[in-house]
Design a protein around this ligand. Structure first.
Ligand SMILES: NC(=O)c1ccc[n+]([C@@H]2O[C@H](COP(=O)([O-])OP(=O)(O)OC[C@H]3O[C@@H](n4cnc5c(N)ncnc54)[C@H](O)[C@@H]3O)[C@@H](O)[C@H]2O)c1
Length: 239
């Protein structure tokens, strides 16, 4: 895990499995995490689909700290259903949270990140690299997150110090999202087994494993990595 001493990092979706693990990892690495989610919890309220929310949170950060060192866009939802079974409202909701929300985060946090250089980590997925017959909306949104991240990285590279931007691409990680995908099918237990069987390391990933990679990408130890899609998938995309 990277050293995040004196780093200020904003995390969206911080009430979720991966977001919460990222908040904990940032704090363990010596940084300050600003946790945000739809639900107030211990952090700030931020609906990632709301431009007004982003403007409010960024203005607060600017007033209080005058800078931002890291941004982790972890808010996201999945929706199960083939192209024939996915209705347009579901498609649009998934794009709104996963892709529009990541766009708004990168856009509105960027002016604070470029003040002293920074690192953005966006949550893509293995399903941003390969398709999923029953996850077309999710897969399309994550493909968008991966290429958005490369475009942000190329722009961020124009600054000195730069703003780096990378996408992490987890396979199935234990937590409510995978439970939700499985429960939307006829045989949730069989789906859990199948997801595990497809992974060469023969298990689901843990949120803490994803958080360690993200902490590394937020830190200066990853200073030459930008514009990358980093699979963290137990070997799933190796074959
Ligand atoms: N869990 C997995 O298997 C897996 C695999 C690959 C990628 N990912 C991605 O990682 C990210 C985190 O996943 P997770 O497993 O922690 O999911 P999770 O369901 O545990 O948490 C997602 C969080 O996002 C929040 N959220 C939803 N809509 C929001 C909105 N409009 N504004 C702000 N917050 C909102 C939820 O309240 C929740 O706390 C997601 O982008 C997901 O697509 C997850």
């Amino acid at each position: 895990m990277g050293d995040l001493k004196d780093k200020l990092v904003l995390v969206t979706g911080a009430a979720g499995a991966i977001g919460a693990a990222v908040v904990a990892a940032v704090r363990t690495a010596g940084g300050t995490a600003i946790a945000t989610d739809l639900k107030a919890g211990e952090g700030l309220n931020l609906d990632v689909t709301s431009e007004a929310d982003w403007q409010r949170v960024v203005a607060e950060l600017d007033k209080t700290h005058g800078r931002l060192d890291g941004l982790v866009n972890a808010a996201g939802i999945a929706a199960v259903g083939s192209i024939e079974k996915t209705d347009f409202a579901t498609w649009r909701r998934v794009q709104a949270i996963n892709l529009d929300g990541t766009f708004l985060g990168c856009k509105y946090a960027f002016p604070l990140l470029r003040k002293k250089g920074g690192s953005i980590v966006n949550l893509s997925s293995v399903l941003g690299l390969i398709g999923g017959a029953n996850l077309p909306a999710y897969s399309a949104s994550k493909g968008g997150v991966s290429l958005l991240s490369k475009s942000v990285a190329l722009h961020g590279a124009r600054y000195a110090p730069p703003v780096r931007c990378n996408a992490v691409c987890p396979a199935f990680i234990a937590g409510p999202m995978v439970d939700g995908i499985a429960s939307g099918t006829r045989n949730p237990q069989a789906i859990h087994q199948k997801l595990t069987q497809d992974i060469p390391l023969a298990r689901l990933g843990q949120p803490e494993e994803v958080a360690s990679l993200i902490a590394f990408l937020l830190s200066d130890e990853s200073s030459f990595i930008t514009g990358a899609d980093l699979p963290i998938d137990g070997g799933l995309t190796a074959r």
